[in-house]
Ligand binder design. Structure first.
Ligand SMILES: O=C(O)C1=C[C@@H](OP(=O)(O)O)[C@@H](O)[C@H](O)C1
Ligand SMILES: C=C(OP(=O)(O)O)C(=O)O
Length: 466
């Protein structure tokens, strides 16, 4: 249930305390940040990006863009400039590309390499090396790319040889994955024909929005069976554009849940992206009775955004349908924590994709809840949490959570500890910097009590939780 802390881990403990109050400025969206750098590298001219997320995942993508010949610099005012090389003109990287913890970076860049006459080696950390890459490699191979070498099961480290003339294919996604969709479209950008992706379940649409923003020609329609069809005309001339990156709803989920479960809290979060393909968490929390108010809805950088006010209050357990999963796939660890504080049972259906994230999140969430005294079951791909809202003793806490190199597991359980009877320890917090480097400082400014604990204390807590 719990992993032993090592010397390199940085365990943290979260304790219940004062209400959370004030304004939370959330960093830029991770998905849009990766894409802004890659489209900047593929465009001709200078792209300026404001609000880029400066997390480790995105910085690894910036390094890859440089390896392809783009100039990528941070300006004195905090914006980023990318001088691109143009579609079809990427250079071959001189050294292996290291994507660290980032599935998005690795898979999107595989699409780029697959559609250019270059060869690149891909690697990542122990978590990324476990994640399936076949889902991207398989369509790229049908477009003409070749996997020269890879670890068992099509995993990293691997070497991919691209083609300068990718075949235009029509590809129906076998899994609901925006990363697979995006890899195929990025490869198809340098194809002489039209590349079509059909997605039976809609996934985040930032790639399509940004393709249009940079001047590509794409047609989006709905098939008779309800599937979404995206047709991209190959070899467009992409022109550099300004990109404004809105606040990341997946990061905002943590202070939102914290404000809901810590009595007396009221937190405002300005400029959060509320694109419908990412807004499942807000809809779910509102269904649970959360006091969440959206105001000043507007458009920023081609994405809908709003200011969010969250106030603490009771939550009720609900059933979350499988169809909603793609619109909140990264938010389930935070939602499961909210469910632990709700009155009644919450059933989250159709979570198979959670098993192939930075960790097996279905197992990690269940283990973390159980270690902190919450009754939880995994039934097939469903997660069932028995909320402790209104029960004597509240949510017990007192456990140490194994984070398995997973930023979202670390942040979700630190949030949990802000509302539990006893502190919650996470065995490692270093991965939080992949997506939300300022998380602990931001939560502390709101009034949260999160502090380092000695590895020995974390190990002892892990022992008692077993
Ligand atoms: O395209 C993207 O930016 C992402 C897509 C999702 O992954 P999948 O495509 O594997 O669902 C999500 O979990 C990830 O954090 C970001
Ligand atoms: C799944 C995630 O990211 P990635 O796939 O890019 O590693 C995430 O950020 O929760």
């Amino acid at each position: 249930m719990t992993a032993p802390a090592t010397d390199r881990n940085t365990p943290l403990a979260a304790r219940a305390g004062a209400p959370l109050r004030g304004r939370a400025d959330i960093p830029g969206d991770k998905s849009i940040s990766h894409r802004a750098l890659l489209f900047g590298a593929l465009a001709t001219g200078r792209t300026r990006i404001r609000g880029l997320l400066e997390g480790h995942d995105v910085l690894a993508t910036a390094a890859a863009a440089r390896a392809f010949g783009a100039a990528v610099e941070r300006a004195a005012d905090g914006s980023w400039c990318v001088d691109g090389v143009g579609v079809g003109a990427l250079l071959e990287p001189a050294a292996p590309l290291d994507f660290g913890n980032s599935g998005t970076g690795a898979r999107l860049v595989m699409g780029l390499v697959g559609g250019h006459g270059i060869t690149a080696r891909f690697d990542g950390d122990a978590s990324l090396r476990k994640r399936p890459m076949g889902r991207v490699l398989s369509p790229l191979e049908s477009m003409g790319a070749r996997v020269v070498a890879c670890a068992e099961g099509g995993r990293l480290p691997l070497t991919l040889q691209g083609t300068q003339d990718p075949l235009p294919i029509s590809y129906r996604l076998p899994v609901a994955s925006a990363q697979v969709k995006s890899a195929v479209l990025l490869c198809g950008l340098n194809s002489p024909g039209t590349t079509t992706v059909i997605e039976p379940e809609p996934t985040r649409d930032h790639t399509e929005r940004m393709l249009a923003h940079f001047g590509a020609s794409l047609a989006i329609s709905t098939d008779s069976d309800g599937a979404r069809r995206i047709a991209l005309a190959g070899r467009p001339q992409l022109r550099a554009r300004d990109v404004v990156v809105p606040a990341d709803p997946s990061s905002a989920a943590f202070p939102i849940v914290a404000a809901l479960i810590v009595p007396g809290s009221a937190v405002t979060i300005p400029g959060v992206m509320v694109n419908p393909s990412r807004a499942g968490m807000i809809a779910t929390l509102v269904e649970m009775g959360a006091r969440i108010t959206l105001s000043d809805r507007r458009e920023d950088g081609g994405e809908p955004v709003a200011d969010i006010l969250v106030e603490a209050g009771p939550l009720n357990g609900i059933e979350v349908p499988a169809a909603r999963a793609p619109s909140m796939i990264d938010e389930y660890p935070a939602l499961a924590v909210a469910a632990a504080f709700a009155h009644g049972t919450t059933v989250m259906r159709g979570l198979s994709e959670l098993k192939v994230k930075e960790s097996d999140r279905l197992a990690a969430v269940a283990a973390g809840l159980a270690a902190n005294g919450v009754e939880v079951r995994v039934e097939g791909d469903d997660l069932i949490v028995e909320g402790r809202g209104g029960r004597t003793g509240g949510v017990p806490g007192g456990g140490c959570v194994a984070t398995h190199l997973d930023h979202r597991i670390a942040m979700a359980f630190l949030v949990m500890g802000l509302g539990t009877e006893r502190p919650v320890i996470v065995d490692d917090s270093s991965m939080i910097a992949t997506s939300f480097p300022d998380f602990v400082a931001l939560m502390t400014r709101l009034g949260a009590d999160i502090s380092p604990v000695a590895a020995a204390e974390a190990a002892a807590a892990a022992g008692t939780a077993r």
